[in-house]
Design a protein around this ligand. Structure first.
Ligand code: FEO
Length: 435
């Protein structure tokens, strides 16, 4: 007896994929692309719901502006939607709010078809755009725009806000004041693919909105806050990002949510004190002894709240909020096999998830033979653009009384660098390498 044929899978009775462009307001359309199958974005984040690459067409009486394009794999979809709302010879402006490939994959083809378009990018975007276009760059009219600049389209205008490092140096926002629509590219995005497009129509994307902030924007917290300073005064009716839902329902709520997300959860944990966190791992107790001596020294400085954590007794993730709100981070590790121990490396890697630029950093540890760990930790802290005012402290084998006195003094000096009582200084990386 032959096996019964499987029942055919019924076609979805409802297509959530828009066939053509989608009107936001008369004359302004979404012309982007859907990528529901994407499961990992930029290697750094998962996309269980796929994503969208949002691009837009803005029509004025004097021409059409295209704002951003899409990933190269979706170029045909984008061009088809664009053709449904404008002829190529009507396109007067191409705004590229950000030049990462997921938004510039159709730029070459679009410019081949609309070579007259005036390409507008942020000042930092110029270099990337020229690299992207290569020899073709000279064929096109390319200009940098900055905060305060605007371009008339006839009945509508585009105004620009330079909002760097959210999350690349080139990022900017474009504002259509007449309609109250702010095109924010990655800012306010979500990797959430739903062809109904608008926040009041799509599924529940709240997790994706916050997860996206956490993975993409959080390391640039202060730049996001600076961008919010620029755009909060606008009378915004719609936030149109380049990924995920278009935000037209109480857009100010999204601004408030971003403001909340950019505020470190434990920012006020130390009150008016400066917060210094010491993390360590100790193989035989020696690095732990140093840690406690550094803690005791730092605690002598008025105005510094010092906290000590043995990472053998804790996972890394719960400390991240604390680190984001801290003013200084000191890491202690023994040298084992010529390296810092894995737990400390795990913490150092995780530090890349939050903004550490400008925070005080320092390293210490005991060693038996070669003692590379402290130098390696310092190099990583420096790569994170932290401020290292004191060369790391190393002790061979177990610390004696003099070593512990020095550790205590090291703690005092670090704390004084936080309160401003120590002369500001920065150790030279060349000095680190020589040690
Ligand atoms: Fe969506 Fe930074 O690209």
């Amino acid at each position: 007896m032959s096996a019964p044929s499987p029942a055919p899978i019924p076609a979805s009775p409802l297509s959530l994929r828009p066939d053509g462009p989608v009107e936001i307001v008369p004359g302004i359309h979404w012309i982007g692309a859907l990528d529901p199958g994407l499961r990992s974005f930029d290697v750094i984040m998962k996309t269980a719901n796929g994503t969208t690459y949002n691009a837009y067409a803005v029509r004025g009486t004097d021409g059409v502006a295209v704002i951003d394009t899409v990933d190269r794999a979706c170029a045909a979809e984008f061009l088809a939607r664009l053709e449904a709302v404008a002829r190529y010879d009507e396109i007067t402006v191409l705004v590229l709010n950000h030049l990462e490939p997921d938004h510039t994959g159709a730029v070459h083809e679009l410019l081949r078809r609309a070579p007259q378009a005036h390409v507008l990018v942020s000042p930092r975007g110029m270099q990337i755009l020229r690299a992207l276009l290569g020899d073709e760059a000279d064929r096109y009219r390319i200009s940098a725009v900055k905060t305060g600049d605007s371009i008339p389209l006839g009945g509508r205008s585009l105004r620009f806000f330079t909002t760097p490092n959210v999350h690349w140096p080139d990022t900017q926002c474009t504002w259509v004041e007449e309609d109250g629509i702010l095109f924010t590219c990655d800012l306010f995005g979500s990797h959430y693919c739903d062809g109904r497009l608008f926040d009041d129509l799509v599924g529940d994307f709240r997790f994706c909105f916050e997860y996206y902030y956490d993975r993409l924007m959080r390391p640039f917290r202060s730049f996001v806050a600076a961008a919010l300073d620029l755009i909060e005064p606008l009378d915004i009716a719609v936030i149109a990002p380049s990924h995920g839902p278009i935000l037209r329902t109480r857009p100010r709520d999204y601004l408030r949510q971003y403001r909340r997300l950019t505020s470190p959860r434990f920012a006020d944990a130390a009150g008016t004190d400066r917060s210094l966190l010491i993390f360590y791992v100790s193989a035989h107790g020696a690095t732990g002894q140093m840690a406690r001596a550094i803690e005791a020294g730092a605690a002598e400085e008025p105005g510094v709240r010092v906290s000590l954590f043995d990472l053998e007794g804790g996972e890394i993730a719960p400390f991240i909020d604390l680190i984001e709100g801290a003013d200084g981070i000191v890491l202690g590790t023994p040298t084992i096999n010529g390296d810092a121990v894995r737990t400390i490396w795990d913490l150092l890697v995780t530090l890349g998830d939050v903004e550490t630029r400008g925070k005080l950093g320092a390293a210490f540890g005991s060693y038996g033979w070669s003692g590379e760990a402290v130098r390696l930790v310092e190099a990583r802290l420096q790569a994170l653009k932290m401020r290292l005012p004191e060369p790391g402290l190393r002790v061979k084998f177990h610390p004696n009384e003099a070593d512990l006195d020095e550790a205590r003094a090291f703690g005092v000096r670090l704390a004084q660098h936080l309160t401003g009582r120590a002369q500001p200084r920065e150790i030279d990386f060349a000095d680190l390498a020589a040690r």
